[in-house]
Design a protein around this ligand. Sequence first.
Ligand code: PEP
Length: 252
Amino acid sequence: MRKKLLLGNWKMNKTPSEAKEFALGCPKMVEYAISKGIEVGVAPTFVCLQTVKENAPKGLIVAAQNCNEHPSGAYTGEISIAMLKEIGIDTVILGHSERREYNGETTEKCNEKMKALLAEGMVPVYCCGESLETFEAGKTKPWVEEQIRGGFAGIEAKDAAKIVVAYEPIWAIGTGKSATKEIAEDTIGFIRSILRELYGEVAEDIRILYGGSVKPGNIAEYMSEPDIDGALVGGASLALDSYQGLIEGLVG
Ligand code: PEP
């Protein structure tokens, strides 16, 4: 049985004091989510990770938004997996469309990072998704298939089960134009069929989230679909009341 997961992607928002305020305000809702069998987390910026980790309840997953694939060395401006591990971080978002667009993050690079994270017992949250142009051209599936096959290349079944996939159509991110639950389920079901081809039954254990303008008012719709295991949420994950609304919608 796949556990539902709500992960807030804070992007480049919140100073450490603002992040701390969220962490101090969330214990009750985190406790409620856990009591309902749901995993919840947030992905603050690097400078806020430690303060959130120290001030939030233990049950809240605190994820990084990126990491470097090398163990250490001359990579100015980068953050290693060991650095994250040492402050208690075990989950890292990879290949978000904003990083693919503005930071040249390729599927090959995500694959290297994914392998490095898995070798350290960490959980990668691997993002994929198509542009509006690709969607309108009816080429979503081949596009996403390439991202999935490339991202999972060379990863064994025992490790693949630990990976979380997030399907985020780029045209739905931060636009207010969320994909319908039918579109989301169609693509996510397709992603699971590729994973089934690659890993057989293990594909049933891999969680696949939907992301793209998810809000308290629409999250429940997605959760009614059989292949959608939760949500990766940007804007609506920033405020405590909205985050609580997401949890309530997810619980149903
Ligand atoms: C995201 O950043 O992953 C995202 C889905 O953003 P939003 O929820 O704001 O569309």
